[in-house]
Design a protein around this ligand. Structure first.
Ligand code: T3D
Length: 259
């Protein structure tokens, strides 16, 4: 197996951790790193010991997006996105377990897109988001045009994408882009608590919730009701659901095993 250079990965206590690890360039994505992220996400996806995934950055940034020093003259942007970034976004959204973005510092360009693709987002109060694409004459990619309008509506999404201004943690929280914001002294502890919570939860139910919410963005109420009934049949037959109902009757907390 080739040596991993640009990220750190770890699996422990049901949690798969992926740390973007090019701190000198604010964890900008180069070709090697996008390949290593894809491999790590595939391995987390296939590992039943991993019941939730946490993605963060080393040093002071989450990620500054595409490594601008590594765009070779004449290379295809479209081909690069399709081979390097789009699979990462699809691996996150199709992962049958919660993926948590721990936004420790600035997340710009595709770094912001990657965070948006995650299911739960925790942000350091010192961090910021930037739709940096437009500042270099590019357009949002890696899912930003899908996620942003769904999160904040067209009007705000256009402003963020077209102006490319910094979005503070406070604004990101009030816009509903992130779930939680913590000051620096609490960020790590609270992040760990969230990862621990998801790693001990009903994994199958989480994965069905992901699928159902994604499905609902393009369907009618009628179709969503049908899909909910279908998915509830699957959820209701899992060991975790049966254990939780039994635990309720026995007046004790449920023990979820992710099955
Ligand atoms: O086909 C395709 O590739 C299309 C894909 C596009 C996807 C995208 O993500 S496009 C958007 C790319 N990202 C950007 O445009 C952001 C560029 N970076 C910045 O605007 C700023 O660095 C930040 C606002 C993120 C942070 O600013 P600041 O002042 O805190 O840090 P800094 O001094 O600018 O950067 C620190 C170092 O990181 C510096 O290195 P040096 O000079 O000390 O050796 C800087 O060059 C490096 N760095 C920051 N961002 C990138 C980067 N190096 C390479 N690529 C970067 N994106």
């Amino acid at each position: 197996m080739p040596e991993i250079e640009t990220i750190k990965i770890e699996v422990e206590n049901g949690i798969g951790r992926l740390t973007l690890n090019r701190p000198d360039s604010l964890n900008a994505f180069n070709e090697e790193m996008t390949g290593e992220i894809q491999s790590a996400l595939k391995s987390f996806s296939n590992d039943e010991n991993v019941r939730c995934v946490g993605i963060t950055g080393s040093g002071r940034a989450f990620s500054a997006g595409q490594d601008l020093k590594e765009i070779a003259p004449g290379r295809s942007f479209s081909d690069f996105l399709k081979r390097r970034y789009n699979p990462i976004i699809k691996l996150i959204t199709s992962m049958e377990k919660p993926v948590v973005a721990l936004v420790n510092g600035v997340a710009a360009g595709a770094g912001m897109s990657l965070a948006l693709a995650c299911d739960f987002k925790i942000m350091n109060s010192n961090a910021k988001f930037i739709q940096a694409f437009v500042k270099i004459g590019l357009v949002p990619d890696s899912g930003s045009t899908y996620f942003l309008p769904r999160l904040v509506g067209y009007t705000k999404a256009f402003e963020l994408a077209a102006l490319g201004n910094e979005i503070s943690a406070e604004e990101a929280l009030s816009l509903g882009i992130v779930n939680r914001v913590y000051t620096d002294d609490k960020f790590l502890d609270e992040s760990e608590k969230t990862l621990a919570l998801f790693s001990k939860g009903p994994t199958k139910a989480y994965s069905l919730i992901k699928r159902m919410l994604n499905y609902s963005s393009n369907t009618s109420l009628e179709q969503s009701l049908e899909y909910e009934a279908y998915m509830q049949e699957i959820a209701g037959r899992t060991e975790d659901a049966q254990e939780a109902v039994k635990a309720f009757v026995e007046k004790r907390p449920p023990v979820f095993k992710g099955r």
